[in-house]
Design a protein around this ligand. Structure first.
Ligand code: PLP
Length: 395
């Protein structure tokens, strides 16, 4: 008999994917250049040339038996050491290679982090708006996802609502800063308040409540700011990172878990990840790609187009009368729709060849997401469609 649980999941197809498929189909009719596809968070800039050069050099000059061989269960020691040193340099931390475990992107990192600190039957609390894949990531490990309602004025944390969701079965709190879909980065004040709350609540319930910090957008930060590093504020933190967006290599599946050296049982986290990998079939990212990112840790793609696009779209939305919090980073913006039903709003937008994603699946009805990882020229051209949409449907 097949597993009914996964069969049932087929009915709940991702809304983002559905809208993206609509864009592709519409593109086949009128030319994709005429579809203003703001649906998918796929990087639109190439990886840095150094990443390509690293791969070429490794392929040309490394013993193929080593290059294509298994890395150790706990992943490539030199890459782990280089990641630790890079984080220490950039954020004043004190990681060693023993605290780093290389993974297949942030998804792989989260699969390990959740299993390190939670057991089936426990819950993990996150904050709306949130990345919809958190549900399968967490439920797949047998835990329950609890969602704190959004604080829409600035997308920081509503601590009163959050406190009501944390109980003796809470294994961890999951944050994402800067956030998909809002683009908001948590301020130092928010992170300090969160740390103070988790310290007090861990004492109250007699176990360490972990902070899992999902940071695939850490490097896409606007206005020359550095996104505050959550692990600095709270000892029991597992940082989950991905190079998907910073190096524009989402298909290569590479990231890591970093366990803060002062977290509970810090010495066990990475060895435990090695055991978790056995059960999830993870068994290390590609050896070649681990070696290549080791050489590219302190660089990024040219990410400036995202800030250019954000500023253009933000100004246009404000001019059109939208309510919108200005993003601190990422390549997303999350305005309030012009009617309460964001699904209906996004459905109407399709008539104008504007592919927008309703906020419902991010736990934030009434809002919509625009992923502006597209060419600036297309962003500019989309404004005529946006103006027509607003004037005809809401004028
Ligand atoms: N977390 C968030 C908030 C994301 O937006 C994504 C991907 O878009 C992921 C995790 C998964 O990242 P990766 O593709 O590197 O596994």
């Amino acid at each position: 008999m097949i597993a009914q649980h996964y069969k049932d999941m087929l009915g709940a197809k991702s809304v983002i994917r559905q809208i993206s498929e609509w864009s592709t189909a519409r593109g086949a009719e009128i030319g994709y250049e005429n579809v203003f596809d703001y649906s998918l968070g796929n990087p639109s800039v190439p990886c840095p040339p150094q990443f390509t050069a690293a791969c070429e050099d490794l392929l040309a000059h490394t013993d193929p038996v080593k290059l294509h061989g298994y890395t150790p269960t706990l992943t490539l020691p030199s890459a782990r050491k280089a990641v630790a040193e890079s984080l220490n340099r950039r954020f004043g931390m004190d990681y060693t290679a023993d605290h780093i475990f290389m993974t297949t992107g942030a998804a792989g990192a989260l699969a390990h982090a959740v299993r390190c600190v939670g057991v089936p039957g426990q819950n993990i609390v996150t904050f709306a708006p949130f990345f919809p894949e958190y549900k399968p990531y967490i439920e797949g490990a047998g835990l329950t996802l609890r969602v704190t309602p959004p604080r829409c004025a600035d997308f920081q944390i509503d601590f009163e609502a959050f406190a009501q969701l944390v109980d003796e079965n809470t294994a961890a709190v999951l944050i994402n800063s800067p956030n998909n879909p809002s683009g908001t980065a948590y301020s130092e004040e928010t992170l300090q308040q969160l740390a103070d709350f988790l310290t007090a609540t861990s004492t109250k319930y007699g176990h360490h409540i972990f902070l899992i910090s999902d940071e695939p957008y850490r490097e896409i930060s606007f206005g020359g700011r550095v996104t505050p590093y959550p692990a600095k504020f709270y000892d029991d933190t597992l940082t989950c990172y991905s190079f998907s967006k910073s190096l524009s290599v989402p298909g290569e599946r590479i990231g890591y878990v970093a366990a803060k050296p002062r977290c509970e049982d810090a010495a066990y986290i990475v060895p435990m990840c090695g055991q978790i990998s056995r059960g999830t079939g993870h068994n290390c990212p590609s050896s070649l790609i681990q070696m290549a990112v080791e050489r590219c840790l302190d660089m990024t793609s040219d990410l400036s187009v995202y800030e250019t696009n954000m500023n253009l779209i933000y100004d246009e939305l404000i001019a059109l009368g939208f309510t919108v919090v200005k993003p601190d980073g990422t390549f997303y913006i999350f305005p309030k729709a012009l009617e309460d039903d964001a699904k209906a709003f996004c459905q109407k937008a399709l008539k104008y060849d504007l592919a927008l994603v309703p906020g419902d699946s991010f736990g934030c009805p009434g809002y919509f997401r625009m992923a502006y990882c597209i060419e600036t020229e297309k962003v500019r051209r989309s404004f005529a469609a946006l103006e027509k949409f607003v004037a005809e449907e809401y004028g």
